[in-house]
Write a protein that binds this ligand. Structure first.
Ligand code: NAD
Ligand code: DAU
Length: 356
């Protein structure tokens, strides 16, 4: 089993990255340090790790505001901290934004990944026991019909600028393994839900709109299907791969939990109503069908047999429990919501770091 002294987590102020840092620092098998490199785009919120900063800041946890598009800055991070593991989450991650403005997706997701690979190649030249783990998405495999699943060897067929940029970064990572022998692993995961997700994605957007009595926009006919996984289960999968994953290998990660969007939104309506002691159908009347997303992938379904069989990973959090905890978290964290809704966290970033 591998162990690491200093893990560089990119994008650690975002949704999955912040959950992962909290998860990693809480592992009894991990006694090392975490360096969180994040440029704090609209999706990066230092509040997501306020508890970790308070408890471990300056000792086991350091935050570095840096942009992965800036190669010199990334080299500095590698030279200042004796990094022996990279967990690369940083990305532009929202499909809708990639349709309206793809440039940042190309620059961050492709060029940024390239910069990290180059820095790792340079600093790890003769180093043993190092690992570069790249976090990717099931969207690289394209869109399924009513049957079938994505396997690790399914042909890539990305259909949005977001998924094309992630596909490109996956290929770059694998090329560094084959060409330079850089020890790399890749994971392709399905849709995550849970605490600290920025409310432009389906689950938190729906919860927050319900609380404000706003329409619940469902794209197209609402019959597109996604496979949902609780974010902590994604974190445990990444941790397994860091410890035991075979270098050069890709692992699919998923919930084995497919939902039509409309059914999921109806379920969230019911769980929010239940949590607030209201009638089951209170929020369903807010559901509004809107114009479809261009190129909207119809169905995703992940086969995660490999990570289960080879690394002994399992989803631990059942969907009802995970969804109830998520709903509860958004109901109980008014200050976080208020800071995101009002842009208050941007003002904090500006005051403490200067805005970019
Ligand atoms: P997110 O948008 O919540 O967070 C992304 C983070 O990256 C933010 O903190 C942002 O500030 C940072 N970032 C963006 N551009 C940067 C740059 N140029 N330099 C440094 N930092 C930068 O995203 P997320 O949902 O947490 O996703 C994290 C990763 O997981 C992404 O690579 C995404 O493709 C992948 N993924 C996400 C899901 C999902 O359901 N959310 C599923 C599978 C894979
Ligand atoms: O599959 C993994 C991917 O999941 C990740 O790689 C992405 O980073 C992550 O954002 C997510 O992508 P999706 O496009 O699937 O997530 P989103 O929450 O934007 O949308 C989920 C589904 O809900 C999708 O079919 C579009 C639909 N949708 C979304 C929004 C925001 C709506 O119907 N209405 C909405 O308002």
């Amino acid at each position: 089993m591998r162990s690491f002294e200093t893990v560089l987590v990119t994008g650690g102020a975002g949704f999955i990255g912040s959950n992962f840092i909290r998860y990693l620092i809480g592992r009894k098998e991990f006694s090392g340090r975490v360096v969180n490199v994040d440029s704090l785009t609209y999706a990066g919120n230092p509040l997501n790790l306020a508890d970790v900063e308070k408890r471990h800041g300056g000792r086991r946890y350091s935050f570095v505001r840096a942009d992965i598009r800036d190669y010199e800055r990334i080299r500095e991070v590698f030279s200042e901290h004796a990094i022996d593991c990279v967990v690369h989450f940083a990305a532009e991650s929202h499909v809708d934004r990639s349709i309206f403005g793809p440039r940042d997706f190309i620059e961050t997701n492709i060029n940024g990944t390239f910069n990290l690979l180059e820095a790792a190649r340079e600093w790890w030249r003769d180093k043993k026991g190092v690992l570069f783990h790249h976090v990717s998405t099931d969207e690289v495999y394209g869109s399924l019909g009513e049957t079938g699943r994505f396997f690790e060897d399914t042909r890539y067929d990305p259909r949005s600028p977001y998924s094309a940029s992630k596909a490109s970064s996956d290929h770059l990572v694998r090329s560094y393994f084959h060409t330079y022998g850089l020890p790399c692993t890749v994971s392709n995961c399905s849709n995550n839900y849970g605490p600290y997700q920025f409310p432009e994605k389906l689950v938190p957007l729906m919860i927050l709109n319900m609380l404000e009595g706003k329409p619940l926009p469902v794209y197209g006919d609402g019959k597109n299907i996604r496979d949902w996984l609780y974010v902590e289960d994604h974190c445990s999968a990444v941790w397994r791969i860091l410890q035991r994953g075979e270098v050069g290998k890709t692992y699919n990660v998923g919930g084995e939990n497919e939902w039509k969007n409309i059914a999921l939104v109806e379920l969230i309506c019911e769980r929010v109503a239940l949590a607030r002691g209201e009638g089951k159908d209170r929020y369903k009347k807010l559901i509004t069908f809107v114009k479809d997303r261009p190129g909207h992938d119809r169905r995703y379904a992940i086969d995660c047999g490999r990570i289960k069989a080879e690394l002994g990973w399992r989803q631990e959090v059942g969907f009802e429990k995970g969804m109830d905890e998520t709903v509860r978290w958004y109901l109980d964290n008014g200050a976080w919501i208020e800071s995101v809704r009002s842009g208050g966290y941007r003002k904090w970033i500006e005051k403490n770091y200067g805005d970019r």
